[in-house]
Design a protein around this ligand. Structure first.
Ligand SMILES: O=C(O)c1cc(=O)[nH]c(=O)n1[C@@H]1O[C@H](COP(=O)(O)O)[C@@H](O)[C@H]1O
Length: 237
């Protein structure tokens, strides 16, 4: 998957998705999440692949290691470019996910990059403290999850832009920092808590940005995408 912005295809049907994609060429990266995958299933992935898109399959697996391993083995057959689990499932679960992916990837096919969600970008410090009863600041919790993911040999994490720099220091430049919660200046933050602009993401060391509503909800999605891409690529790291 190249480093262009990843468009979150948060639609409830294949029809709406392909109607939206009509404006774009196949060089854009796309993310298929729970809504679209649960509705359309593996056929959706096959169709997007056939059309030539690079795909991040965002199903955020989180279960006992054996279940995640078996699920990843099956998902590997979809031959997506990137896939994720929740780091909160633990190191053994992340290792099992990787084993499953490796076992399910056909010879000659590149294994999907495996990344772990740290603290969701819809989470803030208050929730970490009062709901999760974690006694360290959110930032340290994200750092710990990133270390765990790295020790389990994962390719990277999903985090917010606010933690990208510290993760680069701890896990290195090549370790993926995939950052959702991207908004244009003055854009509606919706349900997200830890947000940043594309330019800030680049500056802080994000390796990938995931952008949904700032593009899909725009009057002119292609124009919005190009604007995001220009801001993201504007600064060389
Ligand atoms: O794993 C993800 O992609 C993800 C992790 C996270 O912490 N926060 C987050 O927003 N996401 C996804 O990124 C997308 C963000 O969408 P927008 O808020 O519309 O840009 C959604 O599809 C979320 O499911």
């Amino acid at each position: 998957m190249n480093r262009s912005p990843i468009i979150a295809l948060d639609f409830n049907s294949a029809e709406k998705t392909f109607e939206f994609l009509k404006a774009f060429d196949q060089s854009v990266n796309v993310k298929v999440g729970m809504e679209l995958y649960y509705k359309e299933g593996p056929a959706m992935i096959a169709r997007l692949k056939e059309e030539g898109y690079s795909i991040f399959l965002d199903l955020k697996l989180h279960d006992i290691p054996n279940t995640v391993k078996s699920a990843m083995k099956v998902l590997a057959s979809l031959e997506v470019d990137m896939i994720n689990v929740h780091a909160a499932g633990g190191k053994a679960m992340m290792e099992a996910a990787l084993e499953g992916l490796e076992a399910g990837t056909a010879v000659g096919v590149q294994r999907p990059a495996l990344i772990a969600v740290t603290q969701l970008t819809s989470t803030d410090d208050r929730q970490v403290k009062e709901e999760q009863l974690i006694s360290v600041p959110l930032r340290e919790s994200v750092e710990q999850y990133a270390k765990l993911a790295s020790s389990a040999q994962l390719d990277g994490v999903v985090c917010s832009v606010q933690e990208a720099k510290i993760i680069e220091e701890v896990c290195g430049k090549d370790f993926f920092k995939v950052t959702p919660g991207i908004r244009l200046a003055q854009g509606d933050v919706h349900d997200q808590k830890r947000v940043a602009t594309p330019a800030k993401a680049k500056q802080e060391g994000s390796t990938h940005i995931v952008v949904g509503r700032a593009i899909t909800g725009a009057d002119n999605p292609l124009e919005a995408y190009q604007h995001v891409k220009t801001l993201w690529e504007g600064i060389t790291s």
